[in-house]
Design a protein. Structure first.
Length: 190
């Protein structure tokens, strides 16, 4: 994988472990020559990630809607900054540019972007790995929820397994490299 989209918070969170692991992910991307595709901002975990990859000689491409860019939070030192009109265009462009997706801790925006990519995979619109870096157990409750979705009959286990999860960056990247999309999609076969 040469380009990975990362969805993450525009805030830093309450623990230094989020900042430290995000910076480490940027360093590992640079070492492995993986280009970062992300939301283009210079704030929160987004800014930490971009700064880390650039500091370590890597490439970072931001995709930012003009609405957000005009609030002056666009990162000014990126390899490339793509400005789009809408949030939906942002997600489409990020999906188009990447070979896979990772979610780090974040809020509603992170979940919106991540779940849209996961849903597109479930529908067979792409075959890219969609993963969670579960820093400090941040997503433990969400993982439990997905298991309950299967138990209650709202999600197939084969689709739940599309969600790659790991606490360790290197192991998560290995899972993503080995990922094979299911041949059975939701309602359609891919």
């Amino acid at each position: 994988m040469k380009r990975i989209t990362v969805f993450c918070g525009s805030s830093l969170g309450n623990s230094n472990i989020f900042k430290n692991e995000t910076a480490r992910l940027g360093q590992i991307f640079a070492e492995r020559d993986i280009e970062l595709i992300y939301g283009g901002a210079n704030v929160g975990l987004m800014g930490i990630l971009a700064d880390s990859i650039l500091k370590n000689g890597g490439k970072a491409t931001g995709v930012i809607p003009s609405l957000i860019k005009n609030k002056e939070i666009a990162h000014k030192r990126l390899t490339k900054l793509i400005v789009v009109e809408t949030m939906h265009q942002r997600k489409e462009k990020m999906a188009e540019l990447s070979d896979g997706v990772i979610a780090l801790p974040g809020g509603f925006g992170t979940l919106d972007e991540f779940f849209e990519m996961l849903t597109w995979g479930q529908l067979g619109l792409h075959k890219k790995p969609t993963a969670i870096l579960n820093i400090n157990g941040y997503y433990n409750d969400l993982i439990r929820l997905t298991k309950n979705m299967v138990k209650q009959g709202f999600l197939k286990e084969i689709n739940r397994q599309m969600l790659l999860i790991n606490e360790h960056i290197e192991e998560l990247l290995a899972q993503m490299e080995q990922y094979t999309a299911p041949t059975e999609g939701k309602w359609i076969n891919i």
